[in-house]
Design a protein around this ligand. Structure first.
Ligand code: HAS
Length: 542
């Protein structure tokens, strides 16, 4: 990757890790407070720390890392550099995103935005928090336009050819992201900002939540798709294998694009104001969006088994022994995949209409997202960082750094395992999520949760140690590791594969996305506007 593209990617990746470090501190503190191990000083409170943790980890760390990773991979697979326009868009996006992030962080620090990372009404923040969030989103759009510019340039220069798999996946991720962020932009611009500025006295809470989850669910796939890019395209090369199927990989991404957006009501199954029939449609579409993940699991097993067998692995499981278990570039994402098996099963439980009543708003849900985004996605991003950063800085992933990375992965995995197991177990007993330390006036049921809370806090401690270790390794790889070449691993298919051209006809796919969105959201949103409480205009009427 040429220097200009490498610097841009690094600028994004490093803001991601600064946010990650701060979020890790907030995460540990909040776990210990909830576990009753420490008390917060009077100038702060549980919800402020929880908001800082959620916003910095789930929104800032992920978005910056993803943008940086995709820029670097697009450069790597389209000749080493980014189109001039892509660089300009990339830097403009970085500036907007960083200004937005600073505004959001300052308002959180001032305790004027303790509205949690799901910042819908009726919790109200300072307008600067919402303006900051809007800048973050618009900045990420600019980065997306940059990727589209490089993609179009490549297509012009390679008429009639299918784009490189990594680029195709990057473009799909941005199409998903830009489509998904439109409803939250509408919510922020037309509902939250006017309301927080006092221009309108009330707000349509139902609509605010609906617009948020219209964005909030595809948000989780925006986190997942770049991890899948690493699984489909980078991992096979790391283990010395090939991409299993080019067409299958593209189809899985398109299915994720189509079905990840019209499903937001599965976060609102317990809410009034949405009729059961519409909820059922979203539940059905949610169960369909599971299929591309099952396709991914199938592909990964296929890649691991065929590669292991080629290396001489025999018998039913002999191929497993041939995988590079001591290479952190493989080990960290692999452990992430293992977490995703119960993570996916938990998602199916959540989505199953009636069972959702058992788990909704319990700490089970917190357990679910710590093993999906906090383990499957995060461990993959760590595994990528171990080669991406030295590849971008022209340094080597040394044996010691590799070994430290393995230790860091084990700490993260054990910490996350303990913490999320306790969360799932407590959730099934009805323990609510998002509460400060409480014994509910010494209620026997709540007293029975205390041991689990301590296990959670202990797991959080291990995660914190792991986070510090990670930052130390990444600093070393950025500034101190010996100069040299680190490979940017991109796998190819073993033989030339014919890929159906339809897979890259964007008007077809974007048209289908629009159709599914209108089908799933058109009428329910109209209904919510029609039946809103008196005096709560959905949009400002000057
Ligand atoms: Fe979820 C809530 C349903 C996936 C994140 N989810 C959340 C929240 C977050 C989140 C953050 O239907 C909380 C939001 C909040 O604050 O309120 N989720 C699902 C479903 C899936 C799913 C059906 N979620 C994710 C992913 C996330 C994520 C991915 C982040 C990255 N989720 C829900 C629902 C709720 C919810 C409800 C609302 C709950 C409520 O009531 O509030 C599916 O996409 C999951 C499909 C995944 C699979 C797994 C495939 C496995 C693979 C690994 C293969 C392993 C290999 C290893 C190859 C079917 C691909 C090889 C092993 C060897 C031994 C060789």
């Amino acid at each position: 990757v040429q220097r200009s593209a490498a610097t841009l990617s690094l600028a994004y990746v490093w803001v991601a890790y600064i946010a990650f470090g701060l979020a890790a501190v907030a995460g540990m503190v909040q776990g210990m407070v909830r576990g009753g191990i420490m008390e917060l000083p009077s100038w702060t409170n549980y919800y402020q720390i929880l908001t800082a943790h959620g916003v910095l980890m789930a929104l800032i760390f992920t978005t910056y890392f993803i943008v940086g990773f995709i820029f670097s991979g697009v450069a790597r697979t389209t000749g080493g550099s980014l189109h001039g326009a892509a660089l300009k868009f990339g830097w403009a996006g970085w500036i907007l995103m960083t200004v937005g992030t600073l505004m959001a962080v300052v308002t959180i620090l001032l305790n004027e935005a303790s509205v949690l990372y799901t910042f819908y009404a009726p919790l109200k923040a300072s307008p600067y928090f919402y303006i900051g969030s809007a800048l973050l989103v618009v900045g990420s759009w600019l980065a997306g336009f940059g990727v589209f510019a490089s993609y179009r340039k490549w297509k012009r220069e390679n008429k009639g050819k299918m784009s490189p798999l990594f680029v195709f996946m990057g473009v799909t991720t941005y199409v998903l992201w830009i489509t998904a962020t439109i409803p939250v932009a509408v919510e922020v611009l037309f509902q939250l900002i006017p309301w927080s500025l006092g221009l309108v006295p009330t707000i349509n809470v139902m609509l605010s939540r609906t617009l948020f989850w219209f964005f909030g669910h595809p948000l989780v796939y925006f986190w997942l798709l770049p991890a899948y890019m690493a699984w489909y395209v980078c991992l096979p090369r790391i283990i010395g294998g090939h991409v299993f199927s080019d067409s299958l990989s593209r189809l899985a991404f398109l299915c994720l694009l189509l079905f990840s957006i019209p499903v937001g009501f599965h976060h609102q199954l317990m809410e009034p104001g949405i009729s059961p029939a519409w909820k059922m449609i979203h539940v059905t579409l949610t169960l369909i969006v599971v299929i591309p993940s099952l396709m991914t699991a199938f592909s990964m097993f296929a890649v691991f088994e065929t590669t292991g067998r080629k290396k001489g692995g025999v018998g039913l499981f002999g191929w497993l022994k041939k995988l590079p278990w001591t290479d952190v570039r493989f080990f960290a994402p692999f452990v992430g995949m293992l977490f995703f098996i119960p993570g996916g099963a938990g998602g199916i439980i959540n989505a199953s209409n009636q069972i959702n009543a058992v788990v909704h708003n319990t700490i089970w849900v917190t357990g679910h997202f710590h093993i999906t985004v906090g383990a499957a996605v995060a461990l993959t991003f760590f595994g990528v960082s171990f080669w991406l950063i030295p590849a971008l800085t022209g340094r080597q992933l040394t044996k010691t750094a590799n070994r430290m990375g393995m230790v860091q992965t084990v700490f993260w995995a054990v910490g996350m395992f303990l913490m999320s197991l306790a969360m799932h177990a407590m959730g099934l007993q009805g323990a609510p999520r998002r509460t400060d330390y409480t014994t509910y006036m010494d209620h026997p049921l709540a007293l029975g949760w205390m041991d689990y809370q301590r296990v959670m806090a202990f797991g959080g401690g291990l995660l914190f140690v792991s986070a510090i270790l990670l930052i130390a390794i990444l600093l070393y790889l950025t500034f101190y590791a010996p100069k040299g070449n680190t490979e940017y691993p991109i796998a190819e298919t073993e033989t030339t594969q014919e890929v159906p051209k339809i897979l890259e006809r964007w008007p077809v796919w974007i048209g289908l996305v629009a159709f599914l969105i209108i089908l799933a959201y058109g009428y329910p949103i109209l209904e919510q506007i029609q039946h809103q409480a008196p005096g709560s205009p959905p949009f400002v009427t000057w």
